[in-house]
Every structure is written in C-alpha cells, then in structure tokens.
Design a protein around this ligand. Sequence first.
Ligand SMILES: O=C(O)CCC(=O)C(=O)O
Length: 227
Amino acid sequence: MKPNVQQIPAATALAAAAAVSGLRLCPGYLDRSRQNELLAALREVLAVAPLFTPRMPVSGRPFTVRMSNCGPLGWVSDVNGYRYAPAHPETGRPWPSIPAILLEAWQELGFYPHPPEACLINFYGPAAKMGLHQDRDEQDFDAPVVSLSLGDSCLFRIGGRRRNDPTHSFRLHSGDAVILGGGARLAFHGVDRILPGTSTLLAEGGRFNLTLRRVTRPDSQNIGLSA
Ligand SMILES: O=C(O)CCC(=O)C(=O)O
C-alpha cells in the first residue's frame, strides 16, 4: 500500500533514529498548551536577552539564524570564534536563568544527573537555515543535547560523526523533542529549510529551536570559558 502523506515524515524520522545510534525523537513531546507555556517563558527571556545576529569566525559573515541564550552560559559566535560566554554580546548583561519548563524537559528527556548550563535559542525566519555542524564547544560530551521546536516545521538533517557520513532528513514540528546523546552526541546535523505557514503558534511566523546543553564537566573548575 502506498503510504499517505502523513505517514512519510514519521517513517523517515524513524529511519533516521534507527540509523543514527543515540538519536532519540519524541514527536509531540509538548502539547499545544505546554508549547504556549514555553513560548510565554521564552518571550520573558527574550525581553531581557534580545535576539542577536551571530557572525562566522574570521569572515564575520552573518548567520541567517538569530540567537539568544538563557542559563549561566550562552553560546556566541563572532570574528573571534565560537565559544560559551556568561553575558549577552550586545547588552553585556548576564543571560537570564533557564525557565522551569525547560529544566523539567532536561530532567524528563536528558537522563543526565547534572543540570544544563546553557540553553541556546535559535530563531529561524522563513529563509533561515543552519549548515551541517557538530555541537563540540562543550567540555562534557557525556551529557546529551536536548532540543525542542516551536512554531513552523523544518527539515532537519542528521548524519554521523564524520562530515561525509550519509545523512537522513525528516521534518520536525512544533512541540517535537530531539535528543542527541551517546553515539549521536557528536553527529553532524543542521536545518535545511523552514516550511513557512505550517504552524499558527507564533503570530510572527518562523521557528524557535531551544537546545539545552551541559557545558563544563561536573568535576571541573569551569576552566577555559571566555568572558
Ligand atoms: O534548529 C535545530 O533544530 C537545530 C539547532 C542546532 O543544530 C544547534 O543549535 O546546534
């Protein structure tokens, strides 16, 4: 029997999860009311730590994705490189704390005994994308990266630990959670494109993605993080 349109994304996501060891997917992890709750918490964070445009190391070319953070540390990128920093690059203020609803998600999905130290907030307008990359600016790769999506769906792509490994792509929808742990912790991944108009959650359209990360080793003295 030919699969109907609705079955295709789920099937491709399952194929990706089967192929990339350590990749876990929780479609619809947040129902609509929890999505609204998270969105309200996110708006409060962004009122203190507004979205900024990160730039590529060396070239200074702007990302198409705008970013902010919450937590003791935040991921930033500019001509000097990628790094975690304790303050917003434009306001100079410390990042706001991670909202309770995100800490709950980390507890439920992360299976890691120490709290997250950073939550990177990505905002994708209709034309934004994110190239294939590894999340490797953290000191602790034992901890997973827990990712939540809000707003328009996207086409997410994931491969293996080498840039040229085969990749799988599937759609992520508002409320979906993805966990990159174990063998998938250093998997190359990215966002090929946004599918505008696929969600009514954000009045302005677009997509938020929030990734919770442990940055330092729990037994370390927080060494080597720039201010
Ligand atoms: O937007 C996404 O789903 C992926 C985000 C991502 O790859 C990252 O923040 O490192």
